[in-house]
Ligand binder design. Structure first.
Ligand SMILES: Nc1ncnc2c1ncn2[C@@H]1O[C@H](COP(=O)(O)OP(=O)(O)OP(=O)(O)O)[C@@H](O)[C@H]1O
Ligand SMILES: [Mg+2]
Length: 450
């Protein structure tokens, strides 16, 4: 790894040489003896840390020269950590420098061991800040609401969200599990004029069929056993705002009719009620099912589908967002590292490789969970492929699932050929179109007993 840059500004030549000797193993050390040479090096090398003696020629007894260097750094390179080196009698000046923005101060005569500790801290902080800046830079323009995505597909999704947010049209959000459907729904709501009104989600697959009607539409008192009081349904709760129907594919048929009616007439009827209640709520729906297939199987109404599907947002699976996967991983790493206050510095190269190769069947949610767990389990400075439990995936060209499937298929074919040929390996090999030794190898590799 490249050494970080340290500039030592001091007019005492012996001291400069002594410090250079002591520190050169850890840092790339530059030396300057006055204001001009210091500024020249700062501009050229942009050292992360500078130790600065305030008394420099032509007036080594004063502090103006040192302050001029400090001012230049603070103006031009305010990330640089400046450590003021000062005599015991000059504490006031040192404090003034810290007030202006110097990182710390240190008394002469210099105790090298102590200085090393101060330097290490300064460099560490500088590096952390640098990483944060890079992260922020990386993220700027690549995030949209709470979503991350530089890939073209996600950028297209963001553009559609922006457009539909200004309308009241229903939106159907599709995508595999864990691709961010709910995040999209919340973003549409937040960006719409309904943003300050309620966002009411309901998961149609999580509520028992006999309860979902009253959950959605409410009921009047005494309508059924247990209906002790009148109850407002989610439609009415979402008045002025947005109703998010998650897993819409699981909505029972009867309720599909009622929903269709709402979409056409903007009214709801509580269970057991006769009143038609006008409700102003926008419908967003999500599904990870293939609704067109459900229509063919007659489990989902076609007319409802067309009503909901005015605008469709399809979220790509993570395996089709190669441009995003590392960015997502780093964001989650950052988030969970600061949550548990561990000093994890990133992913090692194998971890990066395994993240890029894995097919992420559980999509963003799986990525997030694996990283969360890895942060908790990790004992080193960098997250490894093992921490992510992706190590078995390394060195393989294909995604795990395909590889496994192939193995199973091979095993099955070979076992059947052997049985069919009354355990004659020669005949089985001939039938499979491979040589006998190859068959032996395969049997051993696949764990087929001879
Ligand atoms: N583009 C993204 N950037 C950052 N985080 C994301 C992104 N997409 C999804 N997530 C996170 O991944 C997790 C799953 O997202 P979400 O619940 O929206 O998915 P979903 O498609 O609704 O999943 P399911 O079908 O399982 O309900 C959440 O923690 C969410 O914050
Ligand atoms: Mg969801």
């Amino acid at each position: 790894m490249r050494k970080q840059k340290l500039l030592i500004v001091d007019d005492d030549e012996d001291l400069r040489t002594q410090m250079k000797w002591a520190l050169t193993a850890d840092y790339e050390v530059f030396l300057a003896e006055d204001r001009e040479s210091a500024i020249a090096i700062i501009n050229k090398e942009q050292p992360a840390v500078v130790t600065l003696d305030l008394g420099l020629p032509p007036n080594p007894a004063g502090v103006e020269e040192g302050f001029a260097v400090l001012d230049h750094i603070l103006d031009a390179y305010n990330h640089t950590k400046v450590i003021i080196i000062t005599g015991r009698g000059e504490k006031e000046n040192a404090l003034r420098a810290v007030e202006k923005g110097a990182y710390d101060f240190f008394y002469k005569p210099i105790q090298l061991d102590e200085l090393k500790v101060v330097l290490r801290r300064a460099f560490h902080l500088s590096q952390l800040e640098q990483e944060q800046r890079e992260m922020r830079h990386l993220l700027s323009g690549n995030t949209f609401e709470d979503m991350i995505g530089t890939s073209q597909k996600m950028q297209d999704v963001f553009a559609t969200i922006r457009k539909v947010a200004t309308t009241d049209a229903p939106v159907l959000i599709t995508g595999e599990s864990g691709t961010g459907k709910e995040l999209v729904a919340r973003a549409i709501h937040r960006l719409s004029i309904r943003g300050s009104k309620p966002f009411i989600p309901i998961n149609c697959s999580a509520i028992p069929e006999n309860l979902i009607e009253s959950e959605l539409f409410g009921h009047e008192k005494g309508t059924f056993t247990g209906a002790h009081a009148q109850r407002i349904g989610r439609f009415e709760m979402a008045e002025g705002g947005t109703l998010f129907l998650d897993e819409i594919g699981d909505l029972p048929q009867l309720l599909q009719v009622k929903l269709l009616r709402f979409l056409q007439e903007k009214v709801v009827e509580r269970v057991g009620g006769r009143e038609q209640i006008e409700v102003d709520t926008r419908i967003l729906a999500a599904t990870n099912r293939d609704l067109e297939e459900a229509i063919k199987n007659a489990t989902f109404r076609e007319d409802l589908y067309y009503r909901l599907n005015v605008v469709k947002i399809s979220l790509p699976p993570v395996r089709d967002r190669q441009a995003d996967v590392i960015l997502l991983a780093k964001t989650f790493l950052d988030r969970y590292t600061s949550e548990v206050r561990k000093k994890i510095k990133g992913f090692n190269s194998q971890a990066i490789e395994s993240i890029e190769r894995y097919s992420w069947p559980g999509n963003v949610r799986e990525l997030e969970n694996r990283i969360k767990r890895a942060v908790i389990m990790s004992e080193g400075k960098k997250i490894t492929a093992e921490d992510l439990e992706l190590e078995s995936n390394l060195g393989k060209k294909e995604p795990m699932v395909l590889k496994d499937a192939r193995k199973m298929l091979e095993k099955d074919l070979i076992a059947k050929a052997i049985t069919r040929n009354d355990n004659s390996l020669t005949k089985a090999a001939a039938e499979l179109g491979i040589s006998r030794p190859t068959l032996y190898d395969l049997m051993e590799k696949l764990g087929i007993p001879k």
